[in-house]
Design a protein around this ligand. Structure first.
Ligand code: SF4
Length: 421
């Protein structure tokens, strides 16, 4: 059987698609780009735009593969199964139970299973997940979220926090290292809450430690992180390990305290700034990245100006700026002061101009430094700080080498292998 697959949304979705693919390969399936027997779309619902793109992707894959069985899973189909069915999907799953989904596809039986995410209590172990041929693997250590930020639909699609036990984190990491991966990205929906559902309540630092110690020769990167997890003890424990990448993607969302409060975020700008300082103390020169929502209900021009100033104060390397998207059923959807689409997009554009300057500043600061680069092809890869790096020489794909940075070209660092690569 031949399948085509398209994934929208976050790293967790990408990870789950990879795991599903691995289960399908075990059942004799082969991935193709056209003439598929089965098309699979792993959908996203984080914004209204993601929902629109999910529907578009379903229609596109159906058009490209006439007659193929249509399989839809993920957060959008969790939230809107009827809409997905109306598009002609034969198998509609939500965001859980990928094992049953693989079985249903293998049997090619029309099936429907959209469960109640709030009833999920156990972490669904999936094959340690990566597509062969890549150098970087993802390891999902957590699912679900209990935070209920006022703009976010994810707790309604993913359910409560469930964590992969520490021993399994270590075992899955070891399996990935055995497969030859040089980097493991620890991912989840809200990894800062890792372990709160497990006996003894281990924390995220315990999970990172378990993985990093299981695979000391592999570098470990953290996926998107709530700033509340980043205490001094957390930073000290991670720095001690020696194989944690100096790159941290923090969920900021706004640089205005009033907006953060209305978002039901659990920190203010002063606490966030302290987090940045802590990370920089423990990992000098580290790259800090953030997510930002522009045009949250009630965000005034002055609030937005405060956010822009805050981005500058934090000195981020990269920021993903999104326009606020109304998600029906969330508290923010009913808040007064909704901004027009044009206003929100204008704020994203203005944030983008600043973000470009911040990125250029960070890249320039790397010139003269030695970066540890994981090569994704013979000439280029990503540093531990997650900057794209290119060299003139040739190395084997998957190698990790020290590169002295000599210049910046656009968004890429240029460099040469050091003597002690
Ligand atoms: S922490 Fe907030 S934004 Fe992140 S998934 Fe949970 S509710 Fe959504």
């Amino acid at each position: 059987m031949r399948y085509a697959v398209y994934t929208l949304g976050c790293k967790v979705n990408q990870y789950e698609t990879q795991a599903l693919e691995s289960m399908l390969r075990q059942r004799g399936f082969q991935r193709v780009e056209r003439d598929a027997d089965v098309v699979i779309v792993n959908t996203c619902a984080v914004t209204a735009e993601s929902g629109r793109k999910s529907r578009q992707a379903i229609r596109r894959l159906q058009g490209q593969n006439p007659g193929a069985l249509t399989v839809v899973c993920g957060c959008y189909s969790q939230l809107e199964p009827e809409d997905v069915a109306a598009l002609g999907a034969d198998i509609v799953f939500g965001s859980g139970d990928k094992h049953a989904l693989a079985d249903a596809i293998a049997k090619a039986l029309p099936a429907r299973l959209v469960d109640d995410p709030f009833q999920r209590r156990v972490f669904e172990p999936l094959p340690a997940g990566a597509v062969s041929g890549r150098t970087r693997a993802m390891l999902k250590i957590e699912d679900g979220c209990d935070n209920f930020c006022t703009y976010c639909v994810i707790p309604y699609t993913r359910g409560r926090v469930r964590s992969l036990p520490l021993a399994d984190c270590a075992a899955q990491a070891a399996a990935l290292a055995e497969e030859g991966f040089s980097e493991i990205v620890l991912t989840g929906i809200e990894i800062a809450s890792y372990g709160k559902d497990l006996p003894g309540k281990p924390g995220l630092a315990d999970a990172v430690e378990a993985v990093a110690k299981a695979v000391p020769a592999v570098r470990i990167r953290l996926g998107s992180l709530e700033p509340t997890a980043v205490t001094e003890g957390f930073c000290a424990r991670l720095a001690e390990l020696g194989n944690v990448c100096p790159h941290f993607h923090l969920s900021l969302q706004s640089g205005c305290d009033d907006t953060l409060r209305r978002m039901n975020r659990k920190y203010d700008t002063a606490a966030f700034l302290a987090v940045c300082a802590r990370l920089r103390d423990a990992f000098p020169g580290c790259a800090l990245a953030a997510d930002l929502i522009c045009g949250f209900p009630g965000e005034s021009e002055a609030d937005f100006a405060a956010t822009l100033a805050f981005l500058q104060t934090c000195g981020f390397y990269s920021v993903h700026a999104f326009p606020y998207s109304v998600r029906p059923g969330t508290k923010a959807a009913d808040m007064p002061g909704q901004l027009s689409r044009a206003e929100k997009e204008d704020r994203v554009r203005r944030a983008g101009e600043l973000i470009d300057r911040l990125r250029a500043g960070y890249l320039a600061s790397r010139v003269g430094q030695v970066e540890q680069v994981l090569f994704e092809n013979a000439h280029a890869g990503h540093s531990g700080t997650y900057c794209p790096v290119r060299i003139d020489g040739t190395v084997a794909r998957g190698d990790v080498k020290n590169v002295r940075i000599t210049a910046v070209s656009g968004d890429t660092l240029l460099g040469e292998l050091t003597e002690f690569s």
